[in-house]
Design a protein around this ligand. Structure first.
Ligand code: C2E
Ligand code: MG
Ligand code: MG
Ligand code: MG
Length: 293
């Protein structure tokens, strides 16, 4: 009996694995065609300076309008794209699209703040000419390098060889800004600060989640803020969802916040209206958004 049950569980498990594998393979095949079918879209999430309450940046977050599955989030398809190589054209598309959108806003009389684009490790590893891709996109849309920031995670930096370090340095010389994403979650966050010239540290959401209530998180965030100040970098807290977190982060001297508390990521068309709004006295001017995109 126990044996039968075990066998059934095993069969169920295999069927589930098989389903997941086929799902991945189908998505991988669809991904291949998604760029030319224009199914990707960048959403933008505001980054707010605590001192002024103003939006000082927008993080570009990719979405996939899948023809049958609806809106897919990057956590579903970026890991697949990273293993199939699709991440190279997708990453290039994201950089170009961000530049195209900055141009479009300007042409509409909207002055966009800094726009930050995420760079994946596989993307950086696959092309040592990231600096050329970025420079070409900026030139094509007449965008100043200082209007663009690249967000790199530690997994990007971990795999960075001398060849890629050259690419990062050329990006810096070009005047593009660099941020370290999900800071504090990697193996040796500190060593990257010494080796690469960042403008901004994004403090990982896991430290921000209980920064209003837990002593350890408070101490860690305080230490990161002090460290950043000493190195001449600014700090932004990721995943800020409550007024209590905003108050605490202000007290700790964190420079900026990003999270559902102010706004979730929005389609480009909704950004012009948002830019006029300010964070007032710790309260969200944009209002608490629906939990999903
Ligand atoms: P990330 O760069 O750390 O982006 C922050 C993620 O946190 C986003 O998820 C955002 O929607 C979510 N978020 C923002 N505020 C809150 C909050 O208050 N609470 C909670 N629970 N979540 C919040 P998203 O858009 O699903 O993106 C997930 C990850 O996918 C990103 O993490 C980034 O690593 C990657 N990604 C997104 N767009 C791109 C892209 O164009 N290229 C590459 N290579 N990766 C991308
Ligand atoms: Mg990011
Ligand atoms: Mg992040
Ligand atoms: Mg994160």
């Amino acid at each position: 009996r126990a044996k039968d049950e075990g066998r059934n569980q095993f069969r169920f498990h295999m069927a589930e694995l098989d389903r997941q594998l086929r799902e991945r393979m189908m998505l991988a095949a669809d991904l291949h065609l998604a760029i030319e079918r224009q199914e990707f879209e960048l959403y933008y999430q505001p980054q707010v300076e605590l001192e002024s309450g103003r939006i000082v940046g927008l993080e570009a977050l990719i979405r996939w309008n899948h023809p049958t599955r609806g809106l897919l989030l990057p956590t579903v398809f970026i890991p697949i794209a990273e293993t199939t190589g699709s991440i190279l054209p997708i990453g290039k598309w994201a950089i170009e699209q961000a530049c195209r959108q900055i141009r479009l806003w300007r042409d509409q009389g909207v002055v966009p703040p800094l726009v930050a684009v995420n760079i994946s490790a596989a993307q950086f590893k696959g092309e040592s000419d990231l600096d050329r891709i970025v420079a070409n996109s900026l030139a094509r849309f007449g965008v100043a390098p200082c209007a663009l920031e690249l967000e790199l995670t530690e997994s990007v930096l971990m795999e960075t060889t001398q060849k890629h370090k050259g690419s990062l340095e050329r990006l810096r010389q070009l005047g593009v800004r660099l941020a370290i994403d999900d800071f504090g979650t990697g193996y040796s966050s500190m060593s990257y600060l010494r080796r690469f010239p960042f403008d901004r540290i994004k403090i990982d959401k896991s430290f921000i989640d209980d920064v209003a209530t837990q002593n350890e998180s408070i101490k860690i965030v305080r230490a990161i803020v002090t460290l950043a100040e000493g190195l001449g970098m600014s700090t932004i807290a990721e995943g800020v969802e409550s007024a209590d977190q905003v108050d605490k982060l202000r007290e700790l001297g964190c420079d900026q916040i990003q999270g559902f508390f102010f706004s979730n990521p929005r389609p480009a068309g909704e950004i012009a209206g948002l830019l006029a709004q300010k964070l007032e006295g710790g309260h969200s001017a944009a209002g608490y958004p629906p939990p999903n995109d």
